[in-house]
Design a binder for this molecule. Structure first.
Ligand code: KG4
Ligand code: ZN
Length: 352
């Protein structure tokens, strides 16, 4: 079964073809990626300091068909070889989602194919199974596992018992961690997108000049809160202004480091608590912030400390939004027979 995946929830147009036989035959799951194409609008939104929804939708319209063509070319296929067309149904920007769903439903209607809407976070959640470092003899044996989902819109810890069986164990009460990275970047006058910029700048500092709070780190639950951490960054900047401390490169790097240290400390501590509570020591990390090197370093300490602990990340290029994760999640759902195909041609996306 060949599945075409279409992702247009935000500012990336991602397309991929996935071949189900690799999962069915217990072969390394990443080998099932037959083709992938991606266009990032990041340059276009850069000058506005964030994603402009209307520009995003219009750009998806412009890119999507050529990207589908080039992806099918890479896979050595034509659209008629595809069995199912999967698209991101939500959450995301309504207009952007409508582009992907319209194309998916239009193609499936015209070509008598089936289409299926996929939850964006389910795509992220399952994408670490595509890791090239996946050591497990049978990928299906990796279940059950915990998932740390860290993106611009979400910070959640989930229990994944099986495909489609997900329980949220804890989540952020306010800002997502990616959002805190992006807001901190703005405060430090760093370019958009903020996450990688803050992370790179933080890596240049070895100072412990600032000590920022670690919100909810000792709470006996799996909830997060990152709004106060961002405010603590602002407070340091205001304090420095008052004391006429220079807002120079080393000040910014030291503050970025303090922010990253605090954020990854909280994430590590909550993951450790989740492992202890559930007695489940397998973890996948997904979403844009999963690309963060300091976070990976910090979580690897758990692997060294806890004998059964195993952590899996998606390949770096699949940490941020992409079509592969949508094609893959749809494939796993369809193989399990636990998700229905679309029955109507109505454009029903779920932005929230
Ligand atoms: O999953 P994603 O591509 O989009 C959604 O939010 O669904 O995640 C984007 C988020 C942004 O907040 C971005 O700043 C953050 O992930 N991000 C990072 C890094 N790369 C992306 N944050 C920290 N370090 C990174 N290397
Ligand atoms: Zn995402």
């Amino acid at each position: 079964m060949y599945t075409l995946g279409i992702e247009t929830s935000c500012d990336e147009t991602g397309i991929a073809v996935y071949d189900s036989k690799f999962w069915e035959n217990d072969q390394p799951p990443h080998l099932g990626i037959l083709g992938q194409s991606l266009y990032s609008q990041v340059k276009m939104h850069e000058e506005y300091g964030g994603v402009v929804p209307e520009l995003a939708s219009r750009d998806h319209v412009k890119r999507i068909l050529p990207l589908i063509k080039s992806c099918l070319n890479e896979a050595g296929m034509t659209i008629s070889d595809i069995d199912t067309i999967a698209y991101t149904k939500g959450p995301g920007l309504a207009g952007a989602l409508l582009v992907g769903s319209s194309v998916a439903k239009g193609l499936s209607f015209a070509l008598h194919k089936k289409s299926i809407g996929i939850h964006h976070l389910e795509g992220h959640l399952l994408s670490p199974l595509l890791s090239e470092n996946f050591q497990h003899s049978n990928p299906k044996d990796f279940f059950p596992f915990l998932a740390l989902l860290v993106s611009g819109g979400h910070t959640q810890i989930m229990m994944v018992k099986a495909i489609g069986d997900y329980t949220i164990l804890g989540e952020t009460l306010d800002d997502a961690v990616g959002e805190a990275f992006d807001k901190t970047a703005k405060l430090l006058h760093l370019p958009y997108p903020g996450g990688p910029a803050v992370s790179e700048l933080a890596a240049t500092s070895i100072s412990n000049r600032f000590k920022l709070p670690r919100p909810l780190i000792h709470s006996k639950n799996l909830d997060f809160s990152f709004a106060g951490l961002k405010t603590a960054v602002l407070t340091q900047i205001k304090q420095a202004e008052k004391e006429q401390v220079e807002f120079d490169a080393s000040f910014k790097a030291d503050l970025a480091k303090a922010f990253v240290d605090a954020a990854v400390d909280v994430l590590q501590s909550k993951v450790a608590f989740a492992m202890q509570q559930t007695n489940c020591y397998r973890l996948v990390v997904a979403g844009g912030v999963g690309a963060n090197q300091q976070l990976r370093q910090k979580l690897s300490e758990l692997e060294n400390k806890l004998p059964n602990c195993q952590i899996l990340y998606p390949p770096t290029h699949l940490c941020t939004d992409n079509g592969v994760m949508i094609a893959f999640a749809a494939t796993l759902r369809l193989l399990q027979n636990n998700m229905a195909f679309d029955t109507s041609n109505a454009f029903d996306v779920s932005p929230r």
